[in-house]
Design a protein around this ligand. Structure first.
Ligand SMILES: Cc1cc2nc3c(=O)[nH]c(=O)nc-3n(C[C@H](O)[C@H](O)[C@H](O)COP(=O)(O)OP(=O)(O)OC[C@H]3O[C@@H](n4cnc5c(N)ncnc54)[C@H](O)[C@@H]3O)c2cc1C
Length: 516
């Protein structure tokens, strides 16, 4: 049976759950949340690796409309963020809308009916509007390493941690030195017999000023919610000031590099190891990582840093690009996600029969990070160029929710059967502005390659401005940027029959004659 809904939300991370709360607040209750997994939480459900925690203080990395006075630490761990999202699901009455174990396999625009046919692993839906919140970092990427199949031990990705596999006393290789690896290494180092870290490029690492939130602070936030808002405001303001350096004055970041160098020098006394760990690009070009335990862990006697990427596997021997070899029982890939090749794009078929992936083959682009030309009534949360280098993604998600709410309001005002399709000229103009501003940012000038860049070297991931600028740009939908699509007039029953007969062709007519 096919269920018809006003809105189909895909994904139940911060983006999808936030969209659901906003829909209810807008008075829209005719919607479903389609989630491929068996529970909500998105990235914070899937990433349960040892040490997994947020890089942004919790009082900022949470919904403004659902403050939590009880965050246990300034930077909360994965299990607390996941519990927070479960709590949001309950408090805002989202459970009845959830369709778990429902992976969206394909969605196709029906230009006749002006709606999306959504095919999932658990049934079909018809939706007037699709809000796709499938996450920028939700499909793990494992590089194609020659010989990996020959590895006799256990292999897994950081985002699909195998908790059934005990690492105690094992020889473990960690591949990659991004945000996840930097948290995993100090968490597992004390228990493994040998840890080999394959590092293609060293990250810049700053101290993590994490501490328990005291009982007094929590009581204050509970009794006087304005204090929690002030705290959030302060955390936000500091990051808004920082972003100016990333986007407009990368040369001023030399001072921050000094702090990061000092952080390393305090922990790493061996000059050879320090040399391996010192980046040769401007700080901020790749995401700045926060850890006070990473460098100390790398100095422990059971750890080897191979300053070269993993290039080949020969049985249990791992070979680096520089020829060095290491033995391992387990390989953990901390190698990131499909970001600039958003997997859902292969599953969205637009007005002209092309997939979103085909339409984006020259690089992802969307109007105000939300809508793509030729894909009416379809929008994405955390779409192209909405990522942040230094602040909370929840701020960007909430901006996009404002845009979504206005989009639905405008559709309501248009009345009847209507859809909004982003004009190609508006999409291109928006992206030209974004890419113009990108040119002088640290992500373009800093001398590194990063996961922010797509195959052609274009940054289609990060927003080159402050979160306040993005908030302003997404407050309202400008109808001039959209084409209003109206449904073709419905045929009456007699016209419908004639059309069907014509489509079936003369053969059908002959068959009729024969069987009559
Ligand atoms: C380890 C880790 C640490 C991070 N730390 C920070 C941080 O410190 N600060 C920060 O701002 N951001 C951080 N992020 C970024 C994080 O991705 C965002 O902050 C935010 O959680 C994204 O929410 P989302 O709802 O858009 O995506 P997700 O949380 O990824 O949720 C997407 C959901 O969509 C579902 N889905 C995907 N495809 C389909 C399909 N075809 N059908 C049905 N369901 C589907 C997935 O199962 C998932 O539940 C981190 C990400 C990771 C992975």
């Amino acid at each position: 049976m096919t269920e018809h809904v006003r809105v189909a939300v895909i994904g139940s991370g911060f983006g999808g759950l936030g969209a659901a709360v906003r829909l209810r607040r807008e008075g829209i209750t005719d919607f479903v949340i389609l989630e491929r997994a068996s529970s909500v939480g998105g990235a914070w459900r899937d990433n349960s690796y040892p040490g997994c925690a947020c890089d942004v203080p919790s009082h900022l990395y949470s919904f403004s409309f659902a403050p939590n006075p009880d965050w246990p630490r300034t930077f909360s761990g994965q299990e607390h963020i996941r519990a927070y999202l479960e709590h949001v699901t309950d408090v805002f009455g989202l459970r009845p809308h959830l369709r778990l174990d429902s992976e969206v396999l394909r969605m196709t625009w029906d230009a006749q009916e002006l709606r999306w046919d959504v095919e999932t692993s658990a049934g079909r839906y018809v939706a007037d509007v699709v809000v796709s919140a499938t996450g920028p970092l939700s499909d793990p990427k494992i590089p194609a390493i020659p010989g990996l199949d020959s590895f006799p031990g256990k292999v897994f990705h950081s985002a699909r941690w195998d908790h059934g596999h005990d690492l105690a006393g094992r020889r473990v290789a960690v591949v990659g030195t991004g945000a996840s690896a930097v948290q995993i290494v100090p968490a597992i180092q004390p228990e493994v017999s040998r840890l080999t870290l394959f590092q293609r490029t060293p990250p810049w690492v700053m101290p993590r000023v994490d501490r328990a939130v005291s009982g007094a602070e929590r009581a204050l936030h509970r009794a006087l919610p304005v204090t929690a808002r002030l705290r959030r405001g302060l955390l936000w303001g500091i990051r808004e000031l920082q972003v100016q350096a990333f986007t407009k004055h990368p040369n001023e970041l030399g001072f921050v590099e000094q702090l990061a160098r000092r952080n390393m020098a305090r922990a790493v006394k061996d000059p050879a190891l320090r040399a391996k760990l010192t980046p040769d690009y401007r700080i901020g070009c790749k995401r700045i990582l926060l850890s006070s335990t990473y460098y100390p862990a790398l100095t422990r006697p059971n750890v080897d840093v191979v300053a070269s990427g993993l290039s080949e596997v020969r049985g249990s021997t791992l070979v680096a690009a520089d020829g060095s070899e290491a033995e391992a029982d387990v390989i953990v890939f901390g190698t990131g996600f499909h970001v600039t090749d958003m997997p859902i794009a292969d599953r969205v078929v637009g007005a002209d029969g092309r997939t979103l992936a085909e339409s984006w083959k020259g690089g992802m682009e969307a109007l105000r990070g939300a809508s793509a030309a030729g894909f009416p009534n379809w929008m994405t949360i955390i779409g192209p160029n909405t990522g942040l280098g230094n602040s909370s993604m929840i701020l960007m998600i909430e901006s996009q929710l404002n845009y979504m709410a206005d989009y639905l309001r405008q559709l309501g005002v248009l009345g009847g059967r209507a859809a909004l399709d982003a004009r190609p000229s508006a999409v291109h103009a928006w992206n030209r502005r974004v890419q113009d501003r990108m040119r002088r940012t640290v992500w373009s000038t800093g001398g590194c390659t990063s996961w922010y860049l797509d195959a052609s070297g274009r940054n289609t991931t990060v927003w080159p401005g402050t979160t306040a600028e993005f908030r302003r740009a997404t407050r309202r939908v400008d109808l001039a940027e959209y084409e209003v699509v109206r449904a073709p007039a419905r045929r009456d029953a007699a016209e419908e029959q004639v059309a069907e007969e014509q489509a079936a062709g003369s053969q059908a007519g002959e068959e009729k004659e024969v069987t009559a």
